[in-house]
Design a protein around this ligand. Structure first.
Ligand SMILES: Cc1ncc(COP(=O)(O)O)c(C=O)c1O
Length: 364
C-alpha cells in the first residue's frame, strides 16, 4: 500500500489542514469507524443479547488479535479506555501512597505526575539530558532498595523521545524493583517482543499510532502480579480479567473495532514511513526557517522543533497562529522552554512539512 497523501482519503481529515499532531490525538480511518458503527448496531439491536450472551466472546477474540499484534499472550492483556486509566489502575492496585518512593524522569507525562502527586507518594525525579548517551543507566542509578516503583515512558510526550524502556524494565527486574511502562505512544510505533520481556506493568493506547477508535487502550500485566490488579471503579466482578471486562455498562465497541485498524497496514512499512517522513520533514523545516532540531535518532515518529520559544504560553500562541494558517502541530514545554512537536503518521508526506515551514515563515 502506498502511504502518505495517497491514502489520506481513508481518513475523514479536514483537507484544508496539514495534520501534524497525531501525537496528541490520533486520527482514526473511516473504515474503522464504520466497523465500530457495525458493532454499535449489533449492540443496540438487542442490548441484552450483546451484554449477556455475545460480547464476552467478541471481547476475547479482539483481545487475542490485539495481543498477537503486541506480541504478548492474550491472557496477560485487558482493555482499558485509555492510558490514564491504565496507570491509575496500576497505582491503585499497588496502593501507592505516602512513604512510597517512586522514580520518574523529568520527561514523565504531566497527567501521570499528577496521578502520583494525588496519591501522596515521594517522587524521585531523575533529570535526563536530551544528549545523554545512556539514559537507562542514568535512571537506574536513582533506583535503590527503598524504591517502590519506577515509571518509564516508552515515548515521551513533552520531548517526543523514544526512551530505552526495555533496558529500564530489565534493570529494575535485576534490582527487584517494580516497573511501570507508560507506553501510551507505543502500539503501532514499537515492535518489541513483550512476551519475552514480560514487563511488570505496560499500558499502551491503541487510539494513537494503532489508528483505533478513541477509547481503546490496553494494560499488560506480568502473570504473578495479575491477582493484585483491581480496577479503581469496582463493579460486579473481581479478578483478572473479568473485573476489567465488566467495569459496569460501557460501550466496548472501540475495543471490538480495534482489530480492523490493525489489518489496514504493513506495520513495518508504516513505522518506516513515519520515521522517514517526520525526520525529513523536520530537517526541511529547519533548513527553511533555521529552527533548531533537538532530534535523536530514536526511531520515534515524533520530532521536536526548537523555534526559540520562551515557554508555554508562547508555544501555545504559536500553535494557534499556525492552526489559523492551516497547520495543526503540538506545542510542548520542557525545562521552561517551549517547543513544537511534529508527528509523522502514515497519511503524512513532505507536502505537510512544506506547509508547516511556509506557515512558520508567515506567522513568525
Ligand atoms: C506519554 C503519555 N502518557 C499518557 C498519555 C495519556 O493518554 P490518554 O489521554 O489516552 O489517557 C499520553 C497522551 O498523550 C502520553 O503522551
Amino acid at each position: 500500500m502506498d502511504l502518505g497523501a495517497s491514502i489520506r482519503p481513508l481518513w475523514g481529515l479536514d483537507p484544508d489542514v496539514a495534520f501534524l499532531n497525531h501525537g496528541s490525538f490520533g486520527a482514526c480511518p473511516t473504515s474503522v469507524l464504520d466497523e465500530q458503527s457495525r458493532y454499535r448496531a449489533i449492540l443496540e439491536r438487542q442490548p441484552v443479547d450483546f451484554f449477556v450472551r455475545t460480547s464476552h466472546e467478541m471481547l476475547y477474540e479482539a483481545r487475542r488479535t490485539v495481543a498477537r499484534f503486541l506480541r504478548v499472550h492474550g491472557a496477560g492483556l485487558v482493555f482499558v479506555p485509555n492510558a490514564t486509566t491504565g496507570t491509575a489502575t496500576v497505582l491503585h492496585s499497588l496502593d501507592i501512597g505516602p512513604g512510597d518512593r517512586v522514580v520518574v524522569t523529568d520527561h514523565t507525562y504531566g497527567a501521570v505526575l499528577n496521578a502520583l502527586r494525588h496519591r501522596g507518594c515521594t517522587l524521585v525525579v531523575v533529570p535526563l539530558e536530551l544528549d545523554d548517551p545512556d539514559p537507562a543507566a542514568t535512571l537506574l542509578e536513582a533506583v535503590t532498595a527503598e524504591t517502590r516503583l519506577v515509571v518509564i515512558d516508552a515515548i515521551t510526550s513533552s520531548t517526543g523521545w523514544a526512551l530505552p524502556w526495555v533496558e529500564v524494565v530489565k534493570g529494575c527486574r535485576e534490582r527487584g524493583v517494580l516497573c511501570h511502562v507508560d507506553a501510551a505512544h507505543a502500539p503501532g510505533q514499537v515492535d518489541e517482543d513483550l512476551q519475552a520481556l514480560d514487563p511488570d506493568f505496560w499500558v499502551g493506547n491503541l487510539h494513537k499510532w494503532a489508528y483505533s477508535p478513541k477509547g481503546a487502550a490496553v494494560m499488560v500485566v506480568r502473570e504473578e502480579l495479575r491477582e493484585r490488579m483491581r480496577p479503581p471503579v469496582v463493579s460486579h466482578f473481581d479478578g483478572w480479567p473479568m473485573a476489567f471486562d465488566w467495569p459496569g455498562t460501557i460501550d466496548p465497541t472501540a475495543y471490538l473495532a480495534a482489530p480492523a485498524a490493525l489489518e489496514l497496514f504493513d506495520w513495518d512499512q508504516a513505522r518506516a514511513h513515519g520515521r522517514q517522513v517526520v525526520r525529513a520533514g523536520a530537517e526541511l523545516v529547519r533548513d527553511r526557517i533555521g529552527a533548531l532540531l533537538p532530534l535523536r535518532d530514536s526511531g520515534c515518529q515524533m520530532s521536536l522543533l526548537d523555534v526559540g520559544l520562551p515557554d508555554l504560553p508562547a508555544a501555545d500562541a504559536l500553535r494557534e497562529r499556525l492552526r489559523t494558517a492551516g497547520v495543526e502541530v503540538a506545542s510542548t514545554t520542557w525545562r521552561g522552554r517551549g517547543y513544537l512537536r511534529i508527528s509523522g503518521a502514515v497519511y503524512n508526506d513532505e507536502d505537510d512539512y512544506v506547509r508547516l515551514a511556509e506557515a512558520l515563515a508567515a506567522v513568525s
